[in-house]
Design a protein around this ligand. Structure first.
Ligand code: SDX
Length: 389
């Protein structure tokens, strides 16, 4: 666009822009984790199998997955001092703020991982973050809801126990618990990595200074919280509630979006890379239909989202700008149906993105040729002038 300049090719070849983890073709709507199409992983894999794939580069054998899972489950409980620290955080603080704070202090509770040559420390930090982030997230939610936090139940699966620690496992319907755990597992797979997005690039940039994995992931959590990034799933629900409050008038809302003066964006639409459908959005929309059509009454916000999508995709303002639903457009209606408050939606995004952040941090930290990230700039300020007039 006007004012854009072509950066010297060297800029594009810094280590931060090269990776073997995830491939995206934005024009064709293709997403692959370590070469495997997202649709195949969504249909047949599990979140922990995908986490192992992203971090180690290959799918685990049955024994490897069993050992990986058991290690995570055995380390899911938080240190007593960490529980007290989380309980002392402001309970009405946004869960993403508390999550970033808690993760950053893990570097204080556990040995820091500044030594790139100590692969044991790197592996231990990898394991502890994966094992404990769900426990931290559930504790933050229980505190915000005024409920007693629950300790991990090592006999349950990774995702199933997160749902139990969050809601107390008393939905009254075993079948519903299993459906929600299965749906959550799929949502976590779909959020697990997305190459050099804002928060992953943040993790890589912070990690390139040899900062700890905990500190780098904490920085990624803060980047993800932004409403233009992961915070969009919460903003979509707030947008749908606003339109419902206006009597469901999607046409007036879209007219406001098209009036640039209003500064109103169609949240959950558009993407820097996808100039076609986001393949994850299609999977999530199908999942939403499966879950929400089980309810006695049609879900008003889901029906509204479907109508909003339909009207936007029939409007050249959006299609000319290649604005299509992204990963955040339909995920919130599912989280809401499961009982999560909107303030927890981006925390759920972070739980999914964690293996991707870890994989990128390790790819860079364990590469002996990796260099500190130091983006170049194009100076457009005043030429030299004299202080002495
Ligand atoms: C995520 O990068 C990733 O991979 C991120 C992510 C991941 O998995 O990590 O996929 C997750 O962050 C998804 C995006 C979630 N954010 C939103 O849904 C917020 C709403 N979307 C927009 O803010 C926007 O589309 C972005 C931030 C996602 C992308 O911004 P860009 O690439 O800077 O888009 P742009 O400003 O270049 O847009 C081009 C045009 C502009 O209009 P013109 O100046 O050409 O007239 O499209 C317009 C924009 O004003 N536009 C929108 C719009 N997004 C872009 N107009 C209305 N509503 C929108 N949502």
């Amino acid at each position: 666009r006007a004012g854009m300049v072509t950066l010297d090719p060297g800029f594009a070849n810094t280590a931060a822009c090269q990776s073997k983890i995830t491939y995206i073709d934005g024009e064709a709507g293709i997403l692959r984790y370590r070469g495997y199409p997202i649709q195949e992983l969504a249909a047949g894999s599990s979140f922990l199998e995908v986490a192992y794939l992203l971090i180690h580069g290959e799918l685990p054998g049955p024994g490897e997955l069993k050992e990986f899972t058991e290690q995570l489950r055995a380390n899911a409980a938080l240190p007593v001092e960490m529980r007290a620290m989380i309980d002392a955080l402001p309970r009405d603080g946004h869960p993403m703020i508390l999550l970033g704070a808690a993760v950053n202090t893990m570097a204080a509770f556990y040995a820091d991982t500044t030594d790139p040559d100590d692969s044991d420390q790197v592996d231990r930090a990898t394991m502890l973050l994966l094992a404990q982030l769900p426990t931290v997230a559930a504790r933050i939610y229980r505190n915000s809801a005024g409920e007693q936090p629950l300790e991990p139940d090592h006999s349950l699966g990774y995702v199933e126990d997160f749902v139990r620690m969050t809601f107390g496992g008393d939905s009254g319907s075993r079948e519903l618990d299993e459906l929600y755990a299965k749906a959550m597992d799929l949502l976590l797979i779909l959020h697990a990595d997305h190459e050099q997005n804002c928060s992953t690039a943040t993790v890589r940039v912070v990690g390139s200074s040899q900062a700890s994995l905990y500190g780098s992931v904490s920085a990624g959590i803060n980047a993800l919280f932004g409403p233009l990034h992961g915070g969009a799933n919460q903003a979509v629900l707030e947008m749908l509630e606003e339109i419902r409050g206006l009597g469901g008038d999607v046409d007036s809302f879209l007219a406001k979006v098209k009036d640039k003066e209003s500064g109103t964006r169609l949240m959950g639409f558009g993407h820097r890379v996808y100039k076609n459908f986001d393949p994850r959005s299609k999977e999530i929309k199908e999942l939403a239909a499966q879950i929400l059509h089980r309810q006695e009454q049609p879900d008003e916000l889901f029906e509204l989202a479907l109508r909003l999508e339909g009207r936007a995709l029939a409007d050249s303002y959006f299609t000319d700008r290649k604005l299509y639903p992204n990963v955040d457009f339909y995920s919130g209606v599912i989280y809401r149906a499961m009982g999560f408050p909107t303030s927890m939606f981006t925390v759920l995004f972070a739980l999914g993105r964690l293996p991707g952040w870890i994989a990128h941090w390790r790819e860079q930290r364990l590469d002996p040729a990796a260099r500190i990230a130091r983006p170049r700039q194009l100076y457009v300020g005043p030429a030299q002038r004299s202080y002495n007039g």
